[in-house]
Design a protein around this ligand. Structure first.
Ligand code: HT7
Ligand code: ZN
Length: 853
């Protein structure tokens, strides 16, 4: 397992222009016949080396000649053929075993559905191929299978032929006219319910929309279809991008490694991001379904029409597409609340990744297992980098840049440099320093100081950039960092600020005509993915919470106020808390902001956000600090929380923005009230009265996090009500894993044998094992190491079953450096044990090597 380097990129020696696949589906002996038109790139005598693994090679033919074993070289992962002509037809037949494929990469069969997942390097498990994104071909795919079990046979592009064969078999042939890399190839075969609709594009073409779901789930697929149509319209309106094929298909499957996959014309989705109805899905579920549908749809241009030259460029498509889906969500919902959700992910999780052993730039330079680089850094920080360009250039110039990017590169496989060049050329802006964001890992830190001179009425802001060392020991440069600044005074009569461009180690900006000392609201709307240090006092933060004109800044000031006290409480649990905190929140509750925003303002920074901001965290002390602050607020504002809670209890269920905001605020009140007398009754009552999943889930979650007496009863009742509904039962497994009780490891160990649990299914594994390791910070980090040991045992199994899932779930263990020495040692013991496994997958090996070095 040796790493690959960006610097070693070379254009391929051969190109493959057409691929004709015939796939005869069978549980254990699927036969794939792959007829390719191949030609040399340039004049050379080099051999052709194709990628291929986990398959049986049946035959190789060059033009009409069948090769003997001595005419090619075959090893574990490649097939090499020498002495080839300039241009030839290569026919390769392979046999694969979809049922045995528990890794869910390539072609697999689970829950009676044949399905493929080829990104990043799964196509090489279907046939021998140049499995790299810069080899783009036109595909024709013929699928043959039993007609009764698999009435639907789907692949990319348009259906061109279908017919019956002997022995109850049938076939369908698909042709995709757009040249594509093999990672966008897809095939699905199964029996589904089908939701049909259509969309008329701005140029008047009618596109058929087809959504395939498990039988009986049609009523839960409406929201996904509506979301798709909204996405298609938004992309036309915002970016002038129109869909290109005659049909767009989405299939929801139960076994899937990630959220969804943007295969050309045939998206495959984890059913979690398709199915939603009023009773079984939360408001967050509805939001996420819409966002993921949009994300995959937007890939049709940013990813499919223009793709990546190599996998180091992954952020070219992912960062840009995340930015696009975030803008879409912001337009469909509250833009501030959407932005807050994005920022929380960056601060809590991406910052932790940047500080951990797998720190990498958004364009990594070294990769052992590509699946390990579908990271928060590539996706979320990548999106922040695109957002910064949008901030620096402005909306019009940014859109002109996107237009130029497509004019230059439609149909090509390109690099992040090509993208930035289009942005720079279209806007006439020098982005050369900005480009370091692509090559530099780590979270920059800004130290801000200021000086007010009452005599000259001037105010000076000085910003210093620091770039802490990262695990990859990269040399660091100063970056071009856009910093939104708003100067606020307590009488709110100052309207100054704007976008500062920090480019040097230290820079000072002077503001004139400032008649009272202002409070600076810095990094408005989180204008750059950085940590910021400025010595605010409580009064400053109060001024910002009330007077900042930007809602995001008001929220952020509150978060800073809370974070400051949590940090102090970590070191001194006896600290006396000032009434000002409660008063600030009382103001929030009394304000006329919308309830979704108020809810965000009331939520304290999470364990992960705080852990990313503190050195050598003692997890127990951090959990305790957060709960002390929370209890203090609950006690001080009890009557207000009760009044607000009661005012928001309604018998009617609605799904508009206001109703969603009401539920969010109500459940934040419940979360505080759960710490006080009467909690059990309140939670039980909400559970019994709930007419929607948001409220029902909030009730059981509150019972779990506060270990309320009603916990067991509500969990039994919930499971009775929802047994058989796998997506809802996943929520139940997660709540079990979050139980704030010393017996939680015993509880989840027992659940591993629950009839509805199966470690083979990634959603189940994430729901139970992942929720414990990621969200039960208290008991995962228990001093007796029982949490770490539990994770070790599950990873041992997952390593053999599904390395991709194992590799995601190891994250909380490899980030041991952010914890105190005691916990670090305990975590390392488990990592050492894992590194001794005989059959260690490349996925885990890469992470363990980085963590233990
Ligand atoms: N482009 C996709 C990334 C992906 C993936 C999806 C499903 C299963 C395995 C996968 N490996 C990589 C998803 C996306 O970003 O849209
Ligand atoms: Zn994506």
């Amino acid at each position: 397992f040796s790493p690959r380097y960006l610097k070693d990129y070379q254009v391929p020696d051969y190109k493959i222009t057409t691929v004709n696949l015939t796939i005869e589906l069978d549980d254990t002996k699927t036969v794939v016949t792959n007829v390719m038109e191949v030609s040399k790139v340039g004049v050379h005598q080099r051999a052709l080396t194709l990628d291929g693994e986990h398959m049986q090679l049946m035959s190789v033919m060059v033009n009409k000649d069948k090769l003997t074993a001595s005419q090619y070289q075959l090893n574990e992962s490649t097939l090499t053929i020498a002495d080839l002509p300039e241009q030839f037809t290569l026919t390769i037949t392979t046999q694969i075993n979809p049922v045995a494929n528990t890794a869910l990469e390539g072609l697999y069969k689970s829950a009676d559905v044949y399905c493929t997942q080829c990104e990043a390097e799964g196509f090489r498990r279907i046939t021998y191929f140049l499995d790299r994104p810069d080899v783009m071909a036109v595909y024709t795919t013929k699928i043959i299978a039993d007609k009764t079990s698999f009435p639907f046979l789907l692949a990319n592009g348009n259906k061109v032929e279908q017919g019956d064969l002997s022995n109850n078999m049938h076939f369908v042939t698909w042709h995709d006219p757009f040249p594509k890399p093999c990672y966008l190839f897809a095939l699905v075969a199964g029996d589904f319910d089908l939701l049909e609709d259509s969309f008329t594009t701005k140029s008047g073409r009618v596109v058929k929309l087809e959504l395939f779901v498990d039988k009986g789930n049609l009523s839960r697929s409406e929201h996904a279809m509506v979301s798709l149509k909204k996405s298609m319209l938004w992309d036309e309106q915002q970016f002038n991008l129109e869909y290109d094929l005659d049909i767009y298909m989405i299939v929801a499957v139960d076994f899937f490694n990630m959220g969804a996959m943007e295969n050309k014309g045939l998206n495959v989705f984890n059913s979690k991001f398709v199915l939603a109805d009023d009773l079984s899905a939360t408001d967050d579920d509805f939001f996420n379904v819409e966002a993921v549908i949009a994300h995959e749809y937007f890939h049709n241009w940013t990813g499919n029409r223009v793709t990546c030259r190599d996998w180091f460029q992954l952020s070219l498509k992912e960062g840009l597409t995340v930015f696009r889906d975030q803008q879409f969500s912001a337009d469909m919902h509250s833009s501030t609340v959407t932005r807050i959700k994005n920022v929380k992910i960056v601060r809590a999780q991406q910052f932790a990744e940047d500080a951990g052993p797998m720190a990498h730039p958004i364009r990594p330079e070294k990769v052992m297992e590509m699946n390990n680089f579908y990271t928060l850094t590539v996706y979320e920080k990548g999106s922040e980098v695109i957002r910064m360009m949008h901030t620096i250039l402005g909306d019009d110039a940014f859109k002109a840049g996107i237009k130029l990017y497509f004019e230059r590169h439609d149909g090509q496989a390109v690099t992040c440099d090509d993208f930035v060049a289009a942005m720079s050329d279209a806007s006439n802006t020098d982005l050369s320093q900005f480009k370091y964001w692509y090559s530099q890992s780590g979270t920059p830190e800004l130290s801000v100081s200021d000086e007010y001179d009452a005599k000259s009425n001037t105010y000076q802001l000085t910003i210093e950039q620091n770039h802490p060392e990262t695990h990859d020991k990269q040399e660091k440069h100063n970056l071009h960092i856009p910093i939104n600044v708003e100067l606020i005074t307590s009488d709110n009569n100052l309207n100054q600020g704007g976008l500062l461009h920090s480019k040097q180690k230290t820079q000072t900006w002077t503001f004139e005509n400032v008649f009272t000392k202002p409070v600076p609201a810095l990094l408005g709307n989180f204008s750059a993915p950085v940590k910021l240090n400025y010595q605010y006092n409580d009064q400053d933060l109060n001024v910002l919470m009330v007077n900042a004109s930007d809602e995001f800044n008001r929220w952020d000031a509150g978060q800073k106020l809370f974070a400051g006290y949590i940090k102090q409480l970590v070191n001194n649990a006896e600290l006396e808390l000032p009434m000002q905190i409660a008063e600030a929140l009382a103001q929030v509750l009394n304000s006329d902001a919308d309830n979704a925003f108020k809810a965000e303002q009331l939520v304290l920074p999470s364990f992960d956000e705080m852990a990313a901001a503190i050195d050598e965290v003692n997890p127990g002390a951090l959990v305790r600090a957060i709960s002390i602050l929370k209890r203090f607020i609950a006690e001080q504002l009890q009557s207000k929380f009760i009044a607000t809670y009661q005012s928001l209890c309604t018998n009617e269920f609605a799904k508009d923005g206001a109703a969603i905001g009401n539920r969010a605020l109500k459940n934040v009140c419940l979360d505080y009230l759960a710490l006080l007398d009467g909690a059990n009754e309140l939670v039980l009552n909400q559970f019994n009265q709930a007419n929607n999943m948001t409220d029902q889930l909030a009730a059981i979650k509150t019972a779990a996090l506060n270990d309320l007496i009603c916990f067991e009863d509500v969990m039994v009742e919930f499971a009775r009500q929802w047994q058989g509904n796998t997506l809802v039962m996943d929520k139940w497994f997660s709540i079990n894993a979050m139980h704030n009780n010393e017996n939680v490891v015993q509880r989840i160990t027992g659940l591993l044998t629950h009839p509805e649990f199966s470690i083979d299914n990634p959603n189940r594994a994430r729901a139970l094992i992942g929720a414990f390791a990621f969200y039960n910070s208290h008991y995962f980090h228990n001093k007796d190491a029982s949490g770490y040991k539990f994770l070790f045992e599950q990873l041992t199994k997952l390593n053999a079953i599904n390395p991709q899932v194992a590799s995601r779930l190891i994250t909380p263990l490899i980030q041991f450096k952010s914890f105190d020495n005691n916990h670090q040692q305990l975590m390392k013991v488990e990592l050492e044990k894992l590194s001794q496994l005989d059959n260690l997958s490349r996925d885990l090996l890469e992470k363990l090597t980085a963590a233990l070095q």
